[in-house]
Design a protein around this ligand. Structure first.
Ligand code: PLP
Length: 954
C-alpha cells in the first residue's frame, strides 16, 4: 500500500491533551445547554460591547516535542559561569531525592493553598518544619510560612516596625548601607508612597537613635563583615525603635542568632537551602519575630490545633490578620507566597539535619578562610577581619583587569565599585574553585599550597559571636538522613494531601488547571536554574529572549502595550500597577489623586494593596444580580472627581459574570480623571475572546499561576505580571540591573524568572487558536456544572441569558435554614467523596464558588456533580428527619479510617460515612484527620513543631 495517499499528519496533539472534554462530550454538553456550537454559546456569554476586542495574533501551537526543542535552544543561549557574585543568591545542591520527589512531583507542586486543613496535613507539616527551622536558626519564636523574597520581606519588616514601634513621632527608617543593594531598592519603593523616609547610612554612625522608628541591619553584612550589633540594638531599643535583621540562614548555624542579640525581626532568603538560583527566583523568604508581635505578622502562619477527635492537626492560624478578612487594614497584602520553595528548604534541613547543615556551613567558611589566606599570600588586600563566606578585595586600579581575567575563566565576581571586587563561596565550592580564584590574582606568582593552608587555617568568625545554642533538636530533623527514609517521608506527607494529581480542585477565582509535564520540564534544567540574577547581561541571552517573547505573548493575550514580568505574585502585580497609576498622576501634576474605588465583591488583596500605595479606599455597592451598581459607582466617582485616582475592578466579576456595563464603568472612571485597574485573576474567561487592554483597562495584573499554567505549589510560587497601556509604560517597575534603574518591587529584575518557561511553553504549544478554545471550554465546563447543579442548589448570579462565565456560585444559605447544614459541612463532606472543596464564602458568605477549568474531562465534571447531588440528597434526608439534625454524615465530615474501628457511635452507617457511593471503593482518599478546630488553635497558638511529649499529651 502506498502511503502517499495520506497527507503527512502534523496535528498538534497538545491542545487536546490540555483540554479535558472530547469532541463528542462537547457536543453533548452543548446540547444540554441548548446550543449547536461553541461559538453560539460564547456569543451569548460575552457581551456584545466587548466581544471581538481580543486580537490574539499568535502563531499556531506547536507539539510538545517541537516546543521543548525550541525552548532548549533558547535555554542554550544562557551561559553558565561559576558564580561568586553572592549578594543574597548562592549556588547550592538541590538534593536529588528532593528534586525528584518534591520539586518535580505533581503531588507537591499541583496542590492548592492549605485553606482546607483536613486534606493538607502533608504540606502543612512540611511548612511547620520550615517555621521550626527558621525559628531555631533565627532565635525568634514565631516564624511564618514564607514571604516572596528578601527585599519584600525587608519592606514588610519596615511597615511592621512602623505599626509596632512606640516612637510614633518618627517617620524615618534607618537602613544600613551594608544591606544588599536590591533590598535597599525595594525598601525605597515601598517607603515613598507611605511617607516613610529611608535613611541609608553606616550603622556605626547613626547619630540620634530617637530619629528612627525602626532599623534594618544585614548579618553578615553585604560586603562580608560580621558586626557585633548588640550595643547598637540596645541603643535603638532605648529610643523606642525596633530592629530588623536580614540574616543568612546558613551563617546562623555558626553565629549567634539575631533573636539572641535583641533583634525584633529576623528575615531573609532560604534560597541556599537547596533551591536553584533560577535567575532570581522563585525562592522562599522567611520572617520571624517575638511572640508578643505575632498578631502583626505578615504572611501565612501554620499552627497546631486539634481535630474533632482531639488528635493534633495542623491548619493556617490567625487568619484574621490577613487581607481576605481585614481588607485595607490587613497586616500585608500577601496572598500567594512561596510554599513549594519553603518546603524544599525545610526538607533540605530535614535531610541534612543539624550536624549536616553545620558541616556545610563550616566547610564554606573554611574554604573562604583558606581562600583569604591564600589571597593574602599573593599580596591581595582582603578588607575583612571577620567573615563567613564573603570577602571584599581592595583591588584598586587592577579591578577592571582582574574582572576581565575572571570572566575569561568563566568565573563571575561581584563588582563592588571601581576599586573593589567581592566574592562569595557556597556549598558547591571545591578546592579547584579556590585554586582557580587564586590563579586570577596570582599575576605570575606560584599558587599557594592549598593543603598546607587548609591544615593551618583559623576560624574567622568573631569569637564573641559564636553560636552557643543548639539547633534543630526536634526529631523531624534527626530522623530522615538516609535517602530511603527521606523518600518515604516525602511520600507519606504527599499521601496525606489532595492535589490535582488525584482529583479536580474546583476553586473559584483560582483556576486550578493542568500544569502539563512538558511545561514543567524546562524549569529544572541547569540552563534556567543555575543563573545568578545579577550575572552580566551577555550571559543571559536565553532569558532575555524568553522574557521578551513572553512579554509579547502576554500583550497579545491582554490587549495591552507593555508588560512587566517583575512582580512575583498577583498581590505584587496589583502593587506595581497602582504605583504606575500613582506615578502617572504625579507626572501630570495630579498629586492629590488618592482615592481608589473598589466594589464590595473585590478580592481582599485589592483594598490591602490600595492602602499600601497610600490610597484611600471607597467601597462601591453591588446590585442584587451581583453586578457593580453603576449608579452608586457614578455617584462616588463624581463626588470624588478631583481626587479620584483609580478603580480596581475584577472582570469577569468575582460573581462569575461578564457584566454588560464594563465599558460604561471604564468610561465613568476616565471621565472623572481616574485610571482603570482591571484585576486579571479571571483572565481564564477572556483569553482570545475579549481583551481588558482593549475595552477600557489601563493596567491589569495576570496570575500566571492561575490562567497560564504555573502550578500553585501548595500556596506559591506565583508570577503576577502587569500589562499596561502605553501611557503607563514609563512607570513600570525598574531595577538596578535594568534600563530603568528605579522602582523595583521585587528583589530580582524578573521576579520569579525560572518558572516563566512554564507559561512560555503553554502559549507556544496552544497557539492563538488553542488558547481561545481553552477559554471557550472553561466557559462551557462552568455552564455545564451550573446547569447540572442548579436544580439542587440555586446558582446565585448569572448573566442575561442565565449563563455564567468561567465559574459559578452556588447559594447554600437557604439550606442552613431548612437543615442546619452549613457551607462548611458541605465542603468537608466533599472530602469523604474524594474532592477538594470549592471556594467557600467568597465573595458571598454562605456560598460555594466553583471553577472547573477547561482541563477537566466530562467524566470528572460528572463525578463531581454526582457527589454534589448525593450530598444534596443527604441534606434532604436531614430536612425530612431521616438523618439526625446533629449526628449526620455532613456535620461529622470528613470521616477518618481510624474512627471506623471500635464502637460506632453514630446514627448512620459506617458505609454511608466513608463509602457514600460504591465507586469510591476504588481509589478512596482517606483524610488523615477529622474536622479541624480553628478556634482552639488560635487560642492555644503553637507554630513550631511541638515536642513529642506535647503530642502525646494531646
Ligand atoms: C488570586 C487573586 C488575587 C491575588 O493573587 P496572588 O497571586 O494570590 O497574590 C487577586 N485578585 C483576585 C481576584 C484573585 O483571584
Amino acid at each position: 500500500m502506498s502511503l502517499a495517499q495520506f497527507p503527512l499528519d502534523t496535528r498538534n496533539e497538545f491542545i487536546a491533551r490540555h483540554i479535558g472534554p472530547r469532541d463528542a462530550d462537547i457536543r453533548a454538553m452543548l446540547e444540554m445547554l441548548g446550543f449547536d456550537s461553541l461559538t453560539a454559546m460564547i456569543a451569548r456569554v460575552v457581551p456584545a460591547s466587548i466581544k471581538g476586542t481580543s486580537v490574539l495574533d499568535l502563531p499556531a501551537g506547536q507539539g510538545e516535542a517541537e516546543a521543548l526543542a525550541a525552548i532548549k535552544a533558547i535555554a542554550g543561549k544562557n551561559l553558565l559561569f561559576k558564580s561568586h557574585i553572592g549578594q543574597g543568591y548562592y549556588p547550592c545542591h538541590t538534593p536529588s531525592p528532593i528534586l525528584r520527589n518534591l520539586l518535580e512531583n505533581p503531588a507537591w507542586y499541583t496542590a492548592y493553598t492549605p485553606y482546607q486543613p483536613e486534606i493538607s496535613q502533608g504540606r502543612l507539616e512540611a511548612l511547620l518544619n520550615f517555621q521550626t527551622l527558621v525559628s531555631d536558626l533565627s532565635g525568634l519564636p514565631v516564624a511564618n510560612a514564607s514571604l516572596l523574597d528578601e527585599g519584600t520581606a525587608a519592606a514588610e519588616a519596615m511597615t511592621f516596625c512602623k505599626r509596632l514601634s512606640k516612637n510614633k513621632a518618627s517617620n524615618a527608617f534607618f537602613a544600613s548601607r551594608h544591606c544588599h543593594p536590591q533590598t535597599l531598592d525595594v525598601l525605597r519603593t515601598r517607603a515613598e508612597p507611605l511617607g516613610i523616609e529611608v535613611v541609608i547610612g553606616d550603622e556605626r554612625e547613626i547619630g540620634d537613635a530617637s530619629a528612627y522608628f525602626g532599623a534594618l541591619l544585614q548579618y553578615p553584612a553585604a560586603d562580608g563583615d560580621i558586626f557585633d550589633y548588640r550595643a547598637l540594638v540596645e541603643r535603638f531599643h532605648a529610643a523606642n525603635a525596633l530592629v530588623a535583621v536580614a540574616a543568612d540562614l546558613l551563617a546562623l548555624t555558626l553565629l549567634t542568632p539575631p533573636g539572641e542579640f535583641g533583634a525584633d525581626v529576623a528575615l531573609g532568603s532560604a534560597q541556599r537551602f537547596g533551591v536553584p538560583l533560577g535567575f532570581g527566583g522563585p525562592h522562599a523568604a522567611y520572617f520571624a519575630t517575638r511572640d508578643s508581635f505575632k498578631r502583626d505578622m505578615p504572611g501565612r502562619l501554620v499552627g497546631v490545633s486539634i481535630d474533632r477527635h482531639g488528635q493534633p492537626a495542623l491548619r493556617l492560624a490567625m487568619q484574621t490578620r490577613e487581607q481576605h478578612i481585614r481588607r485595607e487594614k490587613a497586616t500585608s497584602n500577601i496572598c500567594t507566597a512561596q510554599v513549594l520553595l519553603a518546603n524544599i528548604a525545610s526538607m533540605y534541613a530535614v535531610y541534612h539535619g543539624p550536624q549536616g547543615l553545620t558541616r556545610i556551613a563550616r566547610r564554606v567558611h573554611q574554604l573562604t578562610a583558606v581562600l583569604a589566606d591564600g589571597l593574602a599570600q599573593l599580596g591581595v588586600s582582603v578588607e575583612q577581619q571577620h567573615f563567613f563566606d564573603t570577602l571584599t578585595l581592595a583591588t584598586g586600579e587592577q579591578t577592571a583587569e582582574l574582572h576581565g581575567k575572571a570572566r575569561a575563566q568563566r568565573i563571575n565576581l561581584r563588582e563592588v565599585d571601581a576599586n573593589r571586587l567581592g566574592l562569595s563561596l557556597d556549598e558547591t565550592t571545591t578546592q579547584a574553585d579556590v585554586e582557580a580564584l587564586w590563579a586570577i590574582f596570582a599575576n605570575g606568582q606560584a599558587l599557594p599550597d592549598f593543603a598546607a593552608l587548609a591544615a593551618s587555617v583559623a576560624s574567622r568568625l568573631p569569637a564573641a559571636l559564636l553560636r552557643q545554642s543548639a539547633i534543630l533538636s526536634h526529631p523531624v530533623f534527626n530522623r530522615y538522613h538516609s535517602e530511603t527514609e527521606l523518600m518515604r517521608y516525602l511520600r507519606k506527607l504527599a499521601d496525606k494531601d489532595l492535589a490535582l494529581d488525584r482529583s479536580m480542585i474546583p476553586l473559584g477565582s483560582c483556576t486550578m488547571k493542568l500544569n502539563a509535564a512538558s511545561e514543567m520540564i524546562p524549569v529544572t534544567w541547569a540552563e534556567f536554574g543555575a543563573l545568578h540574577p545579577f550575572a552580566p547581561a551577555e550571559q543571559s541571552a536565553g532569558y532575555q529572549e524568553l522574557t521578551t517573547e513572553l512579554e509579547a505573548m502576554l500583550c497579545q493575550a491582554t490587549g495591552y502595550d507593555a508588560v512587566s514580568l517583575q512582580p512575583n505574585a498577583g498581590s505584587q502585580g496589583e502593587y506595581a500597577g497602582l504605583l504606575a497609576i500613582r506615578a502617572y498622576h504625579q507626572s501630570r501634576g495630579d498629586d492629590q489623586r488618592d482615592i481608589c474605588l473598589i466594589p464590595q465583591s473585590a478580592h481582599g488583596t485589592n483594598p490591602a494593596t490600595a492602602s499600601m500605595v497610600g490610597m484611600r479606599v471607597v467601597v462601591t455597592a453591588c446590585d442584587a444580580r451581583g453586578n457593580v451598581d453603576i449608579a452608586d459607582l457614578k455617584a462616588k466617582a463624581e463626588e470624588h472627581k478631583d481626587r479620584l485616582a483609580a478603580i480596581m475592578i475584577t472582570y469577569p466579576s468575582t460573581h462569575g459574570v461578564f457584566e454588560e456595563g464594563i465599558r460604561e464603568i471604564c468610561e465613568i472612571i476616565h471621565a472623572n480623571g481616574g485610571q482603570v485597574y482591571i484585576d486579571g485573576a479571571n483572565m481564564n474567561a477572556m483569553v482570545g475572546l475579549c481583551a481588558p487592554g482593549q475595552f477600557g483597562g489601563d493596567v491589569s495584573h495576570l496570575n500566571l499561576h492561575k490562567t497560564f499554567c504555573i502550578p500553585h505549589g501548595g500556596g506559591g510560587p506565583g508570577v503576577g505580571p502587569i500589562g499596561v497601556k502605553a501611557h503607563l509604560a514609563p512607570f513600570l517597575p525598574g531595577h538596578a540591573q535594568m534600563a530603568r534603574k528605579q522602582g523595583a518591587v521585587s528583589a530580582a529584575p524578573f521576579g520569579s524568572a525560572s518558572i516563566l518557561p512554564i507559561t512560555w511553553m503553554y502559549i507556544r504549544m496552544m497557539g492563538g487558536d488553542g488558547l481561545r478554545r481553552a477559554t471557550q471550554l472553561a466557559i462551557l465546563n462552568a455552564n455545564y456544572i451550573a446547569r447540572r447543579l442548579e436544580e439542587h442548589y440555586p446558582v446565585l448570579y448569572s448573566g442575561a441569558d442565565g449563563l455564567v462565565a468561567h465559574e459559578c456560585i452556588l447559594d447554600l444559605r437557604p439550606l442552613k435554614e431548612t437543615s442546619g447544614i452549613s457551607v462548611d459541612d458541605v465542603a468537608k463532606r466533599l472530602i469523604d467523596y474524594g474532592f477538594h472543596a470549592p471556594t467557600m464564602s467568597f465573595p458571598v458568605p454562605g456560598t460555594l464558588m466553583i471553577e472547573p477549568t477547561e482541563s477537566e474531562s466530562k467524566e470528572e465534571l460528572d463525578r463531581f456533580c454526582d457527589a454534589m447531588i448525593r450530598i444534596r440528597e443527604e441534606i434532604r434526608a436531614v430536612e425530612s428527619g431521616e438523618l439526625d439534625r446533629d449526628d449526620n454524615p455532613l456535620k461529622n465530615a470528613p470521616h477518618t479510617a481510624q474512627e471506623l474501628v471500635g464502637e460506632w457511635p453514630h446514627r448512620y452507617s459506617r458505609e454511608l460515612a466513608v463509602y457514600p457511593t460504591a465507586s469510591l471503593v476504588d481509589g478512596k482518599y482517606w483524610p488523615p484527620v477529622g474536622r479541624v478546630d480553628n478556634v482552639y488553635g488560635d487560642r492555644n497558638l503553637v507554630c513550631a513543631c511541638p515536642s513529642i511529649e506535647a503530642y502525646q499529651d494531646a
